[in-house]
Design a protein around this ligand. Structure first.
Ligand SMILES: *Cc1c(COP(=O)(O)O)cnc(C)c1O
Length: 348
């Protein structure tokens, strides 16, 4: 298949840039299962430092990173509290049950965001009838809710409450750097409210592969054992870690361009009869769109856009998602916006 011109399906579709490929080709490598890959070590140190954590661990995917973190925090039969649309619960293959033998108590948040008020009262009594409530997991930015940044004050309140009740805090930070750039709040300011935090290098940051888990030395040592058991011990992984390092050094500030481009798409959606923003104003690089049945189904609308070389994801019968990322330019986003507007009669 020749590559369609404008691929907005996900921020994972980026190809490594020539400079990133060069960094990868020239990376010093060794066997990381023997603890001998200097590039992986450098990435782990850099990640830990970025988040103000003691240690970090490189893994092949965000899913593995989150599931290893959950496995570190919970014992079989324990319960995880998260939003009902959380990636860890909806989009990770039932991993919490399958890999950690734990149960999940999903809570309906506001556009995917939990608050202290929603969590209070959700800790099960200390009684043998119940699962032991053990972990709160938040997501920032929150994907399914519309790419929202979880307000820092709310994160802080939840964390204080969780910690005073003996619960661990995990952040699914697949897009934490989008939250950092959109909010101006530093990575370590977010991180200090969590015991573990995952970050994806293969989303908006544009690396081909890889995520990392950051946390205390003790938790990361436990994570290291689980990573091996989950099949995530990689050998000369410095090749891919070099892409992630390059992304951290070069592709963070530019996330602001993706956010500005997402505003152009959001504006086009608002101008188009039959389309609306599913969760209100867009804050980062994800644009979730509700399609009015009068315009057709989400798949039909996606097919119409494909005809003019614009790819979006149909993620529900009447739901589309468009993502901006470093492989779509401002000009391409303008073209996509025009294609969106031409779907419906223009609102005046
Ligand atoms: C993509 C994503 C992940 C998992 O990443 P993979 O690398 O695809 O496994 C986790 N959380 C969120 C919010 C994501 O969007």
């Amino acid at each position: 298949m020749t590559r369609p011109a404008i691929d907005l399906r996900s921020d994972t579709v980026t190809r490594p840039t020539p400079a990133m490929r060069k960094a990868m080709a020239e990376a010093e490598v060794g066997d990381d299962v023997y603890d001998e890959d200097p590039t992986v070590k450098a990435l782990e140190r850099r990640t830990a430092e970025l988040f103000g954590m003691e240690a970090a661990l490189f893994m092949p995917s965000g899913t593995m990173t989150n599931q290893v973190a959950i496995g570190v925090h919970v014992a079989p039969g324990d319960e995880v509290l998260c939003d009902a649309s959380a990636h860890i619960y909806v989009w990770e293959g039932g991993g919490i049950a399958r890999l950690s033998n734990a149960t999940t108590r999903p809570i309906e948040g506001d556009r995917g965001l939990l608050s202290l008020g929603l969590l209070q009262g959700k800790i099960r009594p200390d009684d043998c009838h119940y699962a032991r409530t053990r972990l709160v997991s938040l997501e920032n930015t929150q994907n399914r809710g519309g790419g929202w940044v979880h307000p820092l004050e709310s994160v802080a309140e939840i964390s204080t409450w969780a910690r005073s009740n003996g619960l661990a805090m995990h952040l699914d930070g697949a897009r934490i750097m989008n939250a950092v750039v959109a909010s101006g709040v530093a990575a370590r300011e977010w991180a200090r409210h969590f015991d573990t935090l995952s970050v994806c290098f293969s989303k908006g940051l544009g690396a081909p592969v890889g995520s990392a888990l950051a946390g205390s030395g003790d938790l990361i040592r436990k994570a290291h054992r689980l990573r091996k058991a989950f099949g995530g011990g990689m050998r000369q992984a410095g090749i891919i870690a070099a892409g992630a390092l390059f992304a951290l050094e070069n592709h963070v500030e530019r996330l602001a361009e993706d956010h500005a481009n997402a505003q152009i798409l959001a504006h086009a959606v608002e101008q188009t009869e039959g389309l609306s923003l599913e969760s209100g104003p867009v804050e980062t690089n994800l644009v979730w769109v509700t399609v009015d049945p009068a315009l057709g189904t989400a798949s039909e609308v996606a097919a119409q856009l494909l005809e003019v070389g614009v790819l979006v994801s149909a993620l529900g019968p009447q739901v589309l998602r468009a993502c901006t990322h470093l492989d779509v330019s401002r000009e391409q986003v303008e073209v996509a916006a025009e294609a969106i507007r031409s779907l419906g009669s223009r609102r005046l």
